[in-house]
Ligand binder design. Structure first.
Ligand code: AR6
Length: 173
């Protein structure tokens, strides 16, 4: 059995196998959750990221967690919201799908996601959350033997926590 859990807090503090980073195509760091992850992980993370030579939007790449409490960081690049008719929904869905796929390939049991694209990239929060939960449920349906036992959706802000919880409740009933 798998579990989807919603929590409020800082993703860099979590004791899980993997956290997901909402990165940009360079994979060389930035603001928001990306900046927080690089600060907490230390310079080793940036060094490993340089070797990866970027990541296209919608795809994901994995590194070690360095000074973070998690073993792995899965870097994915969400779409910049441009009004909704530039394949944003599809690209965001593929961020979740490809991150879960990488987690499974690395025998990961617990994975935490921030709300990809909903900060600097301006993707509408409710719409992004429905896509995230939909993809997670679809993944478990398609991969009943997966190593993944628990997916944690991390809200940074209080209002996002309540929004996330509502969507998870309504989609998992
Ligand atoms: N823990 C959990 N969630 C967080 C944290 C944290 N420590 N910090 C922020 N958030 P954003 P994006 C939430 O802007 O929209 C970067 O510069 C935040 O409240 O981090 O995908 C990259 O380098 C929001 O809900 O990522 C890219 O250039 C969510 O994380 C660009 O921003 C995502 O906000 C990516 O933009």
């Amino acid at each position: 059995m798998f579990q989807i859990q919603v929590i409020q807090g800082d993703i860099t503090q979590l004791q899980v196998d993997a956290i997901v980073n909402a990165a940009n195509e360079s994979l060389l760091g930035g603001g928001g959750v990306d900046g927080a992850i690089h600060r907490a992980a230390g310079p080793g993370l940036l060094e490993e990221c340089r070797q990866l030579q970027g990541c296209p939007t919608g795809e994901a790449k994995i590194t070690a967690g360095y000074n973070l409490p998690c073993r792995w960081v899965i870097h994915t690049v969400g779409p910049v919201w441009q009004g909704g008719d530039r394949r944003e929904d599809e690209l965001l869905a593929s961020c979740y799908r490809n991150s879960l796929k990488l987690a499974q390939q690395n025998a990961i049991k617990t994975i935490a996601f921030p709300s990809i694209s909903t900060g600097a990239y301006r993707f509408p929060f409710q719409r992004a959350t429905e896509i995230a939960v939909g993809e997670i449920l679809q993944f478990f349906k398609n991969n009943p033997q997966t190593s993944i036992e628990r997916v944690i959706l991390v809200a940074y802000r209080q209002e996002d926590y309540h929004g996330l919880q509502k969507v998870v409740e309504s989609m998992t009933q």
